[in-house]
Every structure is written in structure tokens, then in C-alpha cells.
Design a protein around this ligand. Structure first.
Ligand SMILES: [Zn+2]
Length: 458
């Protein structure tokens, strides 16, 4: 058969190496078992950043550095949730990041899934209540409703506190931040599905359920780091392709799938590109391990601020957050139709399951780049229906659930895509004008949660 792949030899070298090496799983083991959650503000966060930078250096990358930035830190305190009327019962709960300390006694109110319609049906009855919402999204809405949107609608409804209920049995409470890089206006906590179901039964059986919520969390300024490293291009070194993933997890978890499976896939991509393609890259490939994503995409926002003079030169940003999980390793373009033929051609050359589609969401490190108009995409399945996190963001996102084969699929596609993006003569996407970004932000159904967060900022 005719060979239409100009990168065939390099593909074989890189993919052959990835599939005969255990390096990617070794790196995942260090990130998860040696450094634990790597949560913002822990000593392990800095150790992980140092390990990633040392690994980039060992693989031969250039200009390896930690870029420091300030952010709004948060430390978990004990949280106590007690039913005080008509029965007395204490339930296990955890504060969600950026929860303030507080002591609130109020009537419990369920808002179901916490969808826009359910909130508008509540009218002003949510005023001063403890508002409870499931982590699930209604099937007919056609989009995932993020925890932060549910919380922010509770704040806008005048609630005194927010209770987030996991939709998945047997995984305990699900964590996730209430705000981006700032203390939350009202307390927000999380309970497991089983306790949420119990509270729902109480609301059915009793006219009125009153609860007391005590939180003791600490909000204070801190410092974090992005890790940045380059494989410089020979022809156009100032033009670059950016591959990134965050390295911080949530404090209750190893964050093995989210994010570490994606982080080590980025590192593996760097390893094989450096080994086999460093001398032939035309554009620079930049690798970024973002800090403090879980509490507000802070590292990524900081990066685009600090590097504003280089954003015109980024030809594509590929976000590989949690990319080494079980999902299909497709390319989800953030409304860059002009790039579709390029990725379709790449797909035909690499003979891997790599669906290509178009949509965007505001809940990972590509978003600050998207807002700046930089051509961006993430690795994922553009055909997947909205679904819950499963064991994600719980204590059970652990190392043994990540499969080596999935890490290999993610890194072998990441490496082949980065190679093609760095070396093609024709990557037909230029930075978007502000007005064109705004038009998408104002109208895209997938960005409804972001629009709600803007309302809260006013
Ligand atoms: Zn993530």
C-alpha cells in the first residue's frame, strides 16, 4: 500500500519506545506514591514541581525553570454537619476548597440537580437556606452542570450555605473548589451519596429539617509554581506549540487519574520528542506543568499574564489534563474549524483511535489560553455524553486504577501530534480577536457556567 506518512520513521521510533518502556508508569508512581496529593500549599506540591523540572532536564529539554506566582491559598479545617430538628444526627462531611470558616444554623432545602431551571423554580425560597444539590446533571439538559455553577447559583439565590452530594455510591464525598483563586462568599461542603439520600428522605418525611454547619477552614495568601521547559525549534524558534497539564491534585486524593495520568503523558511526550526529534523540530515545543489548577486554573491564568508578549507566537495549545485515563484519545478543538483538515490528515497517518471534534468548557488549563484567543484544544473524546466524575475528586482516585496502556495511548498520540504541529508548513489558525472570543463566551451553551461566575464577580 502507498505510504502517505512523511513522519513514518519518527513515528515508529517514538511509539516503539513508548510501548517498550515503563518510564511513564515509573513517573506516575513517583508523583502519586512519593508526593501524594501534591495539593496547593503542601510541601509535596513543591517536591512534585522539582521532580518534574529535574525529569525534564534529565530528558534533555532546555530552559527548564520554575516560574513562581502568588495565589489565594486555602487550608482544610474540620467541618461538622448536624441535623438539629426534628431529629439529632451528625453526618460526615468535608469542606470544599475556598470554604470560609463559619457557624450557620438554617433550614435544609434540596434543589435537585441544581440546574438553571430548578434554581429559577425556587424563586426566593432559597433565601438564607442550606441549599443541597446533587453532583449529577439532568439528562435532558445536554450539558454537564459543574459544581461551581451550582454553588454560584446558590450564592446568587441568597443561600446561607451549600451542600454538594455525590451522585456515585461507595466513593465518599467528592471534593472540588467553590471559587477560582479567592475565598468563597458562603460555606460549601460535600457529603457522600448515601448521606445525601438520607437527607432527601428526611425532607420527604418531615415538614422542616434544620441543620447546623460549622467550618474552620483557613484562607491565606501563598506561592506556587508553573514548571516550563522547551525543545527549541530550528527554523522558527519563536513560534511554539504548547503541551500542558496541571500537576496539583486535591488534598483528599492521590489525583492519579486527574491530573497525574495526563501530567506523566506530557512528560513522556517530552522524553520521546527529545530523544528522536529534537534536531528536526521547526517550531519550539514548550511543555508546561501548571500549578494550582484545582483551585482556579491559577497557574494557567498566571502563565498567560506573565507571557502576554509571546501569545501571538503560540500556534496551538494542547491541554492533556487527566489524558491518561480510560477515555478515547481524541482532539477536542475549541472552535477552530480551520484546523480540522490538518487533524484529519494526522489521524489518517497515525492509525490510532483519535476522533476530532469541536467544543469548549471553562474548567481546565486551556481556558485562560482560549480567553486570550490562542488556538487551543484538549485531548479527550468529542463524542462523549456528559457524565459524572465516578471516583474522580474522591479519596479513591489512586495509582492502581491507571492503566499503562492508556498512558501509552495518550503519550504516543501527544508525541505524534506535537511533532506534526511543530513541523507542518501549514497550521491554519491565527490568534482570535477579542471580539470573536467574546462572541463565543456570550453564546456557547458549554460556557453557561462561566457566564454565571461572571455575574458573581460583579
Ligand atoms: Zn484536572
Amino acid at each position: 500500500m502507498k505510504n502517505n506518512n512523511p513522519y513514518l520513521n519518527l513515528d515508529r521510533q517514538m511509539v516503539g519506545d513508548i510501548y517498550t518502556s515503563n518510564e511513564v508508569l515509573d513517573n506516575l508512581t513517583v508523583l502519586c506514591d512519593d508526593f501524594g496529593s501534591r495539593f496547593a500549599g503542601t510541601p509535596e506540591e513543591y517536591k512534585a514541581a522539582t521532580f518534574i523540572s529535574e525529569t525534564f532536564s534529565r530528558y534533555g529539554l532546555k530552559n527548564v525553570r520554575l516560574e513562581e506566582y502568588p495565589y489565594a491559598g486555602w487550608t482544610r479545617g474540620d467541618a461538622t454537619l448536624t441535623i438539629t430538628e426534628p431529629i439529632e444526627r451528625t453526618l460526615h462531611c468535608i469542606s470544599l476548597p475556598y470554604c470560609p470558616s463559619g457557624d450557620i444554623t438554617a433550614e435544609l432545602l434540596s434543589v435537585g440537580y441544581g440546574s438553571p431551571d430548578e434554581y429559577s423554580e425556587l424563586g426566593d425560597t432559597a433565601q438564607s437556606k442550606l441549599v443541597m444539590a446533587s453532583s449529577a446533571s439532568p439528562q435532558d439538559l445536554g450539558r454537564w452542570v459543574h459544581r461551581k455553577e451550582k454553588y454560584e447559583r446558590a450564592v446568587l439565590s441568597g443561600a446561607s450555605a451549600f451542600i454538594f452530594v455525590s451522585e456515585h455510591p461507595g466513593v465518599g464525598p467528592e471534593t472540588g473548589s467553590l471559587q477560582n483563586n479567592r475565598p468563597a462568599p458562603i460555606p460549601g461542603i460535600s457529603v457522600c451519596k448515601e448521606d445525601g439520600d438520607f437527607l432527601t428522605r428526611c425532607l420527604t418525611r418531615y415538614d422542616k429539617v434544620v441543620m447546623r454547619l460549622q467550618t474552620t477552614d483557613i484562607n491565606e495568601p501563598r506561592t506556587s509554581w508553573n514548571v516550563v521547559a522547551d525543545l527549541p525549534g530550528g527554523d522558527n524558534p519563536e513560534e511554539m506549540i504548547v503541551l500542558g497539564c496541571h500537576y496539583d491534585g486535591h488534598d483528599i486524593s492521590q489525583g492519579a487519574h486527574d491530573p497525574a495520568s495526563g501530567m506523566v503523558s506530557v512528560i513522556e511526550t517530552a522524553r520521546v520528542l527529545s530523544t528522536y526529534a529534537a534536531d528536526i523540530l521547526k517550531r519550539t515545543v514548550r511543555f508546561i506543568a501548571f500549578g494550582t489548577e484545582e483551585i482556579g486554573l491559577t497557574g494557567a491564568f498566571r502563565y498567560v499574564d506573565a507571557h502576554s508578549d509571546e501569545l501571538d507566537n503560540i500556534r496551538l495549545m494542547l491541554n492533556m489534563d487527566a489524558a491518561g485515563g480510560p477515555s478515547r484519545k481524541g482532539i477536542v478543538l475549541h472552535y477552530w474549524e480551520s484546523l480540522e483538515p490538518f487533524f484529519k490528515t494526522a489521524q489518517e497517518q497515525i492509525h490510532a483511535d483519535m476522533p476530532v471534534g469541536q467544543k469548549v468548557h471553562s474548567y481546565s488549563d486551556h481556558f485562560p489560553f482560549f480567553l486570550e484567543g490562542v488556538p487551543s484544544c484538549h485531548m479527550g473524546d468529542p463524542t462523549s455524553a456528559p457524565s459524572g466524575r465516578g471516583f474522580g475528586h474522591t479519596a479513591y482516585d489512586t495509582l492502581e486504577k491507571v492503566e499503562l496502556d492508556n498512558l501509552r495511548r495518550a503519550s504516543s498520540i501527544g508525541a505524534r501530534i506535537a511533532l506534526r504541529c511543530a513541523n507542518t508548513d501549514n497550521l491554519p489558525a491565527k490568534r482570535r480577536a477579542k471580539a470573536d472570543v467574546q462572541q463565543i463566551v456570550d453564546s456557547d451553551p458549554g460556557l453557561e457556567g462561566y457566564r454565571i461566575s461572571l455575574k458573581l464577580n460583579v
